[in-house]
Design a protein around this ligand. Sequence first.
Ligand code: ADP
Ligand code: MG
Length: 493
Amino acid sequence: MTTKSPEATTGQKLIQGVTGPWEIVIGLEVHAQVSSNSKLFSGAATEFGAAPNSQVSLVDAAMPGMLPVINKYCVEQAVRTGLGLEAQINNYSVFDRKNYFYPDLPQGYQISQYLQPIVGEGTVLLDMPDGKTVEIGIERLHLEQDAGKSIHDMHPQHSLVDLNRSGVALMEIVSKPDIRSSEEAGLYVTKLRSILRYLGTCDGNMEQGSMRADVNVSVRRPGEELGTRCEIKNMNSIRFIRAAIEYEARRQVDVIEEGGTITQETLLYDTANGVTRSMRSKEEAHDYRYFPDPDLLPLELDQSWVDEIRLSLPELPDQKKKRFIDDLGLSPYDASVLVADRERAAYFETVAEGRDGKLASNWVTSDLFGALKKSNLDVTESPVSAEALGRLIDLISDNTISGKIAKQVFEIMFAEGGEAADIVEARGLRQVTDSGAIEAVVDDIIAANPEKAAEVATKPKALGWFVGQVMKATQGKANPQAVNEILKKKLGG
Ligand code: ADP
Ligand code: MG
């Protein structure tokens, strides 16, 4: 099999060529770290990047006789997330021990939830680039502990272990096998991350590992039963998730088309070579000898507490998107671009306040986002505040400047700061609407170009040339509408 770079294996075109009559079936298990200052069953801190083993309590190090105590805040975040995913909240859930040995797991088991998770079925809607929506089912969300981290590259003879992450609260969010392409998988992770960030329950920082996904992939001919799946572990980049799916689907199709069968296994994605590699054969649930943790009582939630959390939820991306479409007249695509990020949506709302929604959306999505992207800045770091951009748009609406001049003013504001009105005054950019002044320029240009002027009667397009000349002579400051009217009056056309 040839080796492909990740770039070479990404993209919709290739996938169709590769899989032909095959359908790809994908289900994701996303581990989202709860944004909490302390761990799921201990009071130790969870700060990212702290010195190794500086955030480890006796519970996290599994000292004999230590007892876990549930962190109510983490439970609340799981419920909040469940509500945000429009999922069933289970008021009775159970913590189980998932038993396995690993040097970064001092307890010899992970406390997780197996048969009775805190959250049941829910949904995530994907915003497709063509404006359509695709619904992906959520199977469950459960709370569990993270493991520590083995370090193999700091000492020539020994492997070291850092237990800072040991015991940190994770929400494992399991999708149904409803995802049908690498593109949908990428959009699913993006949307889930957006919802978690709106809710404030996980920072969604994939580079720091606060959000990572196990990607289950199988292939089948459309209409057939689900095929055997392979699970690619621990992916923390959307780009690699997509590339890994493309590679893995192709590998499976090749095996089947050559008469072989897929064996269920656990894989790792080799990012350097763009290939999946076998890590181990798949373990079954019974291998883990799950049983209810005798140190912990079942978790029982008061319905009134759940209701209170529901009332405290912010407006979520799907609701915001609907409001932007219904109330502000935005297209589904523009609306989904604007709501994807909470801060961007807030910026836009400030700009749109009391102004034309579409005009505000155009300025924010193309001019502002374009400039931010070029400068590699986040919207919270924008040199032009939402209020200042709003006031610039007002100058267009009240005819002080043309849309074209406004772009120049925006560039100046972005590069040098300042207030739109001041820049317009200081640089004399005010639009000329005075018809006398415009007429004088028009007359000069007509007098200098008699043959062109004669053309207008037979070639209405020649009028455009005159408009261009007048705008040039006035450095873009003449009101285009007035210029057109005066030219038509003088030349016909
Ligand atoms: P485990 O925890 O053993 O990996 P689960 O039953 O919890 O198993 O399923 C894990 C994930 O695998 C889910 O996201 C599910 O949607 C997905 N999945 C199950 N069957 C398939 C399949 N045939 N093809 C692709 N994904 C699948
Ligand atoms: Mg799994």
